[in-house]
Each structure stands twice: as structure tokens, then as C-alpha cells.
Design a binder for this molecule. Structure first.
Ligand code: MLC
Ligand code: AMP
Length: 504
């Protein structure tokens, strides 16, 4: 048996073709990259990592981090990337739940994370920000440059990505070799990738968008990427003449538009701008086209499904829509409770089925069953409508979710932490319009009588417990939360009352 994902992403690539280039001009070829992943896979085996094990990583974006991802797949293990913004308190849950054989972290987090790794039964190693140093960095470069990839079939586990849930407890979405390989092949073809392409890679590599959509698509096509540690609008504009594709969240595009230097001339070599992970405003789409001549291609996906729909490469890219179902993906709109299919044009629950849909949630069979229909359709939690020409329009969310700058924040998770702040009686967390992040997190708090708390002390208290992007941008104090006759907090009233809380 072969290794499905490695065969799809790395087989038969021209030896000297550049795979990744850093902003300072340093380059790595496909051959050098394959050798680096072989060395690192040998190092994984030497540490006792076996097929089926998990390898977790909370590391800075570097070539070494990319090598760790593909070495894990080569060794037959499942990769578990973790947002660098997560606090040790958040990490404790993920590694306790996933029980990785190896956890690679940043050197500066080592002392805080070592006891957590030990409690989860994981070995701990470190990787520097440059991707070469640290105890893992050294091990990863020491081994032989040949490695026979572990045999892994379509249904074997390739990755676990945690996504937070409505109850406040994160779920590990299990993605198989087929899930990732099929989506990479489909996207490369649908978006007409070729070996000539150069992707501007400025997304983080611990989520679906930056890791799978961006990197796997580049690898399948044998293309190259300019690999940047983080998004910086001016740097991106300066690099555009050397690139052909950009993938970003809507905040990338609003920030690029804030730069007077963005114009058709700097974007002349670009052939494609892709947006996803959060809704792109129609006005952003229009302003970008007016300024650069490029219609942004909006697509829609999820951690559990990779990409489901996309506007066409050739043909009208309709602002405010996420385009058509991808060639191997089926979409339908149903009545949320019963699952009955709704007539064309009506708004309902968006459901998807295809080789991209995940295997289920790690060690949560009940939650998996609850989100899959018997005929295999996954219930996305997004409310949608399909227009007369087949374009899917996401009209809202059936799930209580805030998307801030492309990161998901579940209010429940924040409320649990706010409620635990001394002096807080109860709280409600909502998302309100934010000029930079699309939505901003706002907490409305009922203090205990005579409590000595204010906005700063509440946020300070959260800093050790919640990633920065989940922390409220504003905290308001009220005597009571508005409730309906059933006693449920009326979040729509709060969203309305605090709609200007994050305005510029
Ligand atoms: C940073 N901050 C955020 C934030 N990002 N707050 C809320 N939401 C965010 N997304 C905080 C910082 O900690 C900082 O806090 C302050 O806001 C300003 O930070 P910044 O320096 O301006 O932010 P920056 O580092 O430039 O990051 C912004 C960003 C980044 C948009 C570039 O968030 C980003 O890369 N987002 C992409 C997320 C992504 O990849 N999503 C894909 C998920 S996959 P302070 O107060 O400490 O200064 C998925 C499936 C799919 O959804 O379909 O793709
Ligand atoms: P995640 O769980 O981080 O993978 O986020 C997935 C969610 O992001 C989806 O369920 C949608 O709510 C949202 N999303 C992704 N792409 C788009 C898009 N183009 N438009 C609107 N929402 C999107």
C-alpha cells in the first residue's frame, strides 16, 4: 500500500524546482524539501512515533514547521497543529484529549508545557522560530535523507484539527488521507494551478486555510510559494509583482485596500485572489475590483470538510456568494430540525457530502452522529440559500459562532471564563461589527453586588486562560441580561444595543 497523501503531494516533482522562498530570498527546492521531510520522519521514528500516533505542534511559522507536518504524514502519524495564540490552559485540554506521542513547542513555552506534556504521556521537544534550532530542530536534521513512507490508505487518519463547539468544549476533527488529498486535487484543478504559480503565503499554518488549502494545493500543482511569517499589507503589496496567487481572510483584503499603494499596476502579475474563512463584504469585493481590476474569488469551507464551494475561475465571481459546489462535493439546503430538503431558493441549513467530509470527531461518537445525516451529509451549521443560477449564498449561522479576523470564537467558551472571574455573577458574549476583524467579541457582564471589577480587570483575568483573539475587545456592565419568557438570554437585543461598540 502506498501513502495516499504523500503520493498526492510530493511524488514526481522536478528536482530543482523551488518549492518555498523566504522574503530574504532564501530558497528550498522540492528535492531538498523531500530530503528534509525524510530526515525528520527518521527522527520521528527514532523517538518511537508509530503509524496511527498523533504528533502535536505549537510552533512558529517556519520551513521547519512545514517539514514537521509532512514528516508526520510520511511516518504514518496524524498531525495536530495548534494555534500559537493558545494559552497553556487551552493546550492542556488539547493534548490531554489527543494524547500525542510527541509534542513540539516553542522554546519559550517549554517550562510551562513540559508538565502538561508529561501528564498526557507525550514526549516534549522544541523548535525555534527559525525552524532549525531547538531540540526537535536538531534531531530533525540529523537523520538519513531517505525514508520509505509508511503505508497509509484513503481512510487512515492524516490530521486532527480542533474546532471549538457550542458547548464550549473543543472537538478534534479527524481528517483522513482521502479528505486532504481529494480536496487538494480538486482545488488545484478548479483554480487552474500550474507549476508556474507563485503563492503569497501569509496565513498561519495551524488551520485549514493556511495549511491545507494553501500548502497542499501548491504542492499538488508543483508550484512555489513565498512564505511569510505573518500578514503585513505593505510587504505583500511589495511582493505582488513576483507572485501570481494570494489566499487570505477578508481582513487581508480590507487591510490591503487601506494601503494607497495597492493598484492595478502592482497586481498586474497576479492571476488570482482567493478569500475565505469568513464572509467577504460585497463592498470589499467591489472596491478591490475597482482598484486592482481583479474580482476576488470567494470560496467556503470548514475545518470538518475542507473546501465545499467556490466561485468559478472562469465565469462570474458573484459578490456576496460563495459560488458553486466543488466538482466532487454535493450541497443541499434542508429544514434544520427534520433534515427535509427545502425547495430551491429557500433559506435553510446547508449540508454537504463528498470525499472531503471528515471521519468524525476524535473520541466523540455521539457528537459525530449528531452532525451527520444517515445518508452521509454533514450538517454545517451555516444557513444558506442557493440562487437561481446555483450560487450558494451564506445568509447566516445556525450556530452561535463569532468569526473574528478568520478565527472562530464560540461565545460559550468565553462566557465560561468570564463567569469564573471573581466578582462576575453572569455574562453574555456576542459578536458585533468590527472594522478590521469583521466581527469583534464583546462581553456583557452582570457583576455581583459590590464587586470591584472593571473592563481592564476582567480582560486581565482572562489573559492566562484564553487566546488573545478570543478575549473581549470591550466589556460592558449591566444590572441584568435581557431574557425571553423561557429565560433564554436575548442575544439579538445585545447585538443590537452594542452594535457600535467596536466601531472605529
Ligand atoms: C489578532 N488579534 C485579533 C485577531 N488577530 N483579535 C481578534 N481577531 C483576530 N483575528 C489581536 C492581536 O492579538 C492584537 O492584540 C490585536 O488584535 C491587533 O493585532 P494585529 O497585529 O493587528 O493582528 P495581526 O497579527 O496582524 O493578525 C490579524 C490577522 C490574523 C487577520 C492577519 O488574525 C490572521 O492571520 N487571521 C487568519 C486566521 C485564519 O487563518 N483563519 C482560517 C481558519 S480555517 P493586542 O491587543 O495584544 O495588540 C477556516 C476554514 C476556512 O476558517 O474556510 O478557511
Ligand atoms: P472553521 O470551523 O474555523 O473551519 O470555520 C468554518 C466556518 O467559517 C464555516 O462554518 C462558516 O461559518 C465560515 N466560513 C468559511 N468560509 C466562509 C465564507 N466564504 N463566507 C462565510 N462564512 C464562511
Amino acid at each position: 500500500m502506498a501513502n495516499v497523501l504523500i503520493d498526492t503531494l510530493l511524488a514526481d516533482k522536478p528536482r530543482d524546482k523551488v518549492i518555498v522562498e523566504l522574503a530574504d530570498g532564501a530558497q528550498l527546492t522540492y528535492h531538498q524539501f523531500a530530503a528534509a521531510t525524510a530526515r525528520a520522519a527518521n527522527a520521528l521514528v527514532s523517538l518511537g512515533v508509530q503509524p496511527g500516533d498523533r504528533v502535536a505542534a505549537q510552533v512558529d511559522k517556519s520551513i521547519g514547521a512545514l517539514v514537521l507536518y509532512l514528516a508526520t504524514i510520511r511516518a504514518g502519524a496524524a498531525f495536530l497543529p495548534l494555534n500559537t495564540a493558545y494559552t497553556p490552559a487551552e493546550i492542556e485540554y488539547f493534548i490531554g484529549d489527543a494524547e500525542p506521542a510527541l509534542f513540539v513547542c516553542r522554546p519559550q513555552s517549554e517550562s510551562a508545557l513540559r508538565p502538561l506534556a508529561a501528564a498526557a504521556g507525550a514526549r516534549l521537544h522544541t523548535l525555534d522560530a527559525d525552524g532549525r534550532g531547538g531540540s526537535w530542530g536538531e534531531l530533525a536534521q540529523a537523520g538519513a535523507a531517505e525514508f520509505d513512507a509508511a503505508a497509509r490508505g484513503d481512510d487512515d487518519l492524516a490530521a486532527i484539527l480542533y474546532t471549538s463547539g457550542t458547548t464550549g468544549r473543543s472537538k478534534g476533527a479527524m481528517l483522513s488521507h482521502r479528505n486532504l488529498a481529494s480536496n487538494a486535487l480538486t482545488l488545484a484543478q478548479y483554480w487552474q494551478f500550474s507549476a508556474e504559480d507563485v503563492l503569497l503565503h501569509a496565513l498561519p499554518i495551524f488551520h485549514t486555510h493556511g495549511l491545507f488549502v494553501a500548502i497542499n494545493t501548491v504542492l499538488v500543482a508543483g508550484a512555489s510559494m513565498i512564505y511569510l511569517p505573518r500578514f503585513e499589507a505593505r510587504e505583500l503589496i511589495a511582493l505582488m509583482p513576483r507572485a501570481s496567487v494570494l489566499m487570505g481572510v477578508p481582513t487581508f483584503y480590507t487591510r490591503l485596500l487601506d494601503e494607497p499603494a495597492l493598484n492595478a499596476e502592482v497586481a498586474r502579475n497576479m492571476r488570482l485572489f482567493v478569500s475565505g474563512s469568513a464572509p467577504l463584504l460585497v463592498e470589499t469585493h467591489r472596491a478591490f475590483e475597482a482598484r486592482t481590476g481583479h474580482a476576488i474569488l470567494e470560496r467556503y469551507g470548514m475545518t470538518e470538510t475542507c473546501m465545499n464551494t467556490s466561485n468559478p475561475y472562469d465565469g462570474e465571481r458573484r459578490a456576496g456568494t460563495v459560488g458553486f459546489a466543488l466538482p466532487d462535493v454535493e450541497v443541499r439546503v434542508s429544514e434544520p430540525e427534520s433534515g427535509a430538503q427545502l425547495p430551491h431558493g429557500e433559506v435553510g441549513m446547508l449540508e454537504v457530502r463528498g470525499p472531503n467530509v471528515f471521519k468524525g470527531y476524535w473520541r466523540m461518537p455521539d457528537k459525530t452522529r449528531a452532525e451527520l445525516r444517515e445518508d452521509g451529509f454533514f450538517i454545517t451549521g451555516d444557513l444558506a440559500q442557493i440562487d437561481e443560477r446555483g450560487y450558494v449564498i451564506i445568509v447566516g449561522r445556525g450556530k452561535d459562532l463569532i468569526i473574528s479576523g478568520g478565527y472562530n470564537v464560540y461565545p460559550k467558551e468565553v462566557e465560561i471564563q468570564v463567569d469564573a472571574v471573581p466578582g462576575v455573577l453572569e455574562s453574555a458574549v456576542v459578536g458585533v461589527p468590527h472594522p478590521d476583524f469583521g466581527e469583534g467579541v464583546v462581553a456583557v457582564v452582570v457583576p455581583e453586588p459590590d464587586a470591584q471589577i472593571d473592563e481592564t480587570s476582567v480582560i486581565e483575568h482572562l489573559s492566562e486562560r484564553l487566546a488573545r483573539y478570543k478575549q473581549p475587545k470591550r466589556v460592558f456592565f449591566v444590572d441584568a441580561l435581557p431574557r425571553n419568557a423561557m429565560g433564554k438570554v436575548q442575544k439579538n437585543l445585545l447585538r443590537d444595543e452594542y452594535k457600535d461598540a467596536c466601531a472605529r
